[in-house]
Design a protein around this ligand. Structure first.
Ligand code: FUL
Length: 493
């Protein structure tokens, strides 16, 4: 009994010691800079990307046939030989689960190209697949177009095969390949994904990338194409667990775009940690990025310049990025995927979920089943918005913190325990602190409080029965523009 009381006491103390989510970080605040940050808007290509919410990766290549995660570029291209390749199966599966864009690893760090490239002979043309007559990128692009899924290409800057790697000539090589992708499959490539891993090439040299040249090429070929991670449009969230921060700002100091820092973060090990939250990483002292709030008032005040640079949360449905038979039993559970959904899409980020095709060139049954369940669960939980026909009354905006309330009359008493709320981010991201309250019949009762909103915030709260609810905007950088509010009931997720 004593032991139980002791444990209970410990747990209660731990809970009561947890910092309030509204607690501000100590430090210098410049109100003019904070206000200016609220005026920063996304580029239309960034806005369109954010609205996708669910995007996916297909890691497929020579590693699929060697059972490796990182090939070293010496693998025999003949090993690449999917027996039942069907990109339409991949794309249909993800489409049915609600995903809107897919990214194929056209070239991973091993340098092996999934399309017949005129700039190298280390590609599908040298493989056994269709006796060298195949083109996986074409099959992928055709499948995406047929299913109405947007197209993304992962082209690894780090190349462990190409002999020119580490010299200026490699920048030509890489730039040529970007152009070649557009020539053969564009112009409607919607995303280029450049990771930050930058190791040594076959000659032991490291590459100094001509990033600006690559970006310019992409902009010239398709100005709507988003350039992610080692790129100016989309920011890597900083871990490979699919989890955003509690407060995830799309406006951050411009230094977040520094390519050397991004590479260093990858090398420091940001990508080694699966199933670990940013908060846990910070506790462990692993801070390749600042895992705490990157865009709070203190961060913005210290920055010379702030930019719109929204977060993308990448993770794999399995422990590895590539398919390994031994991981068939390790496909992430539905509850894990739903937790990731709440902490990525539900925290102002886009989820980039990897599903690796197997050696047949098909998504494995277990992954298909899990994805299908994932899509159905999202539809179940968020399909019935109890606030859809609500009467909404917005108060005046008052004070330096732009406080206001938004009252919703649902028309009848409803059971609710999930909130979805969004800002009109076309005009910027502004809200810093807000709460959800329900009318008990004689007073307003707070049921959950949170920090940033951005494009979308999803929150769970204890089950309530209410007809009137109220969003209380407690602190905002400028006039709040709340464009969507949803209230739902979920029994499990
Ligand atoms: C990292 C790579 O090293 C991994 O293999 C994987 O492609 C991941 C998405 O990005 O940088």
């Amino acid at each position: 009994m004593k032991a139980i009381l002791f444990i209970l006491g410990f747990v209660l103390t731990a809970i009561s010691c947890r910092a309030d989510v509204w607690e501000d970080r100590e430090g210098f605040v410049d109100p003019a800079k904070v206000r200016a940050a609220a005026m920063i808007k996304p580029h239309p290509r960034q806005l369109a990307w954010q609205q996708l919410e669910l995007t996916c990766f297909f890691h497929f290549g020579i590693n699929t046939f060697t059972n490796k995660e990182w090939g070293d570029g010496t693998e025999d291209p003949k090993l690449f030989n999917p027996t039942e390749l069907d990109c339409r199966q991949w794309v249909k599966t993800i489409k049915e689960a609600g995903f809107k864009l897919a990214i194929l690893t056209a070239k991973h760090h091993d340098g092996f190209c999934l399309w017949p490239s005129k700039y190298t002979d280390y590609d599908v043309a040298a493989s056994s697949y269709k006796n060298g007559q195949g083109d996986v990128v074409k099959e992928f692009v055709d499948a995406c177009r047929a299913e109405g899924i947007k197209i993304g290409i992962y082209l690894s800057p780090w190349d462990r095969h190409e002999q020119t790697y580490g010299t200026d000539a490699y920048n030509d090589y890489f730039n040529n390949q970007i152009n070649e992708i557009f020539d053969l499959y564009g112009p409607d490539i919607d995303e280029f994904w450049f990771d930050g891993a930058n190791g040594e090439g076959p000659n032991g040299k490291k590459q100094v990338y001509d990033w600006n040249r690559f970006y310019k090429t992409i902009r010239e070929r398709n100005d709507n194409c988003v350039i992610a991670v080692s790129g100016p449009d989309v920011r890597w969230v900083g871990n490979e667990s699919g989890l955003a921060r509690e407060s995830e700002w799309s406006v951050v100091p411009a230094t977040a775009m520094d390519q050397d820092d991004i590479s260093a973060a990858f090398e420091e090990g940001g990508f080694h940690y699966d199933d670990i939250s940013p908060e846990e990483m910070a506790d462990l002292g692993i801070t390749p990025y600042e895992y705490d709030d990157m865009g709070d008032r203190v961060a913005i005040s210290a920055a010379e310049e702030a930019i719109w640079y929204p977060a993308e949360c990448d993770t794999s449905i399995r422990p590895g990025w590539f398919y390994h038979k031994s991981q068939n039993g390790l496909v992430k559970s539905l509850s894990k995927l739903m937790d990731i959904y709440y902490k990525s899409v539900g925290r102002n980020s886009v989820l980039l979920l990897n599903i690796p095709p197997d050696q047949r060139g098909l998504l494995h049954d277990r992954d298909v089943k899990r994805l299908t369940d994932f899509g159905n669960t999202i539809r179940d939980v968020f399909g019935n918005n109890k606030a859809a026909g609500a009467v909404r009354t917005d108060s005046e905006v008052t004070g330096e913190d732009y406080q206001m309330t938004i009252e919703l009359d649902l028309g009848s008493e409803e059971w609710i325990n999930r909130l979805s709320i969004g800002e009109n981010i076309a005009n910027g991201q502004r809200v810093e602190k807000f709460a959800l309250e329900v009318w008990t019949g004689w007073k307003w009762k707070e049921v959950v409080r949170s920090t940033t909103i951005g494009y979308k915030r999803l929150l769970k709260f204890p089950l309530q029965k209410a007809q009137k609810v109220r969003i209380n905007i407690v602190q905002s950088r400028y006039i709040p523009e709340i464009s969507s509010i949803g209230l739902y009931y979920s029994s499990l997720y």
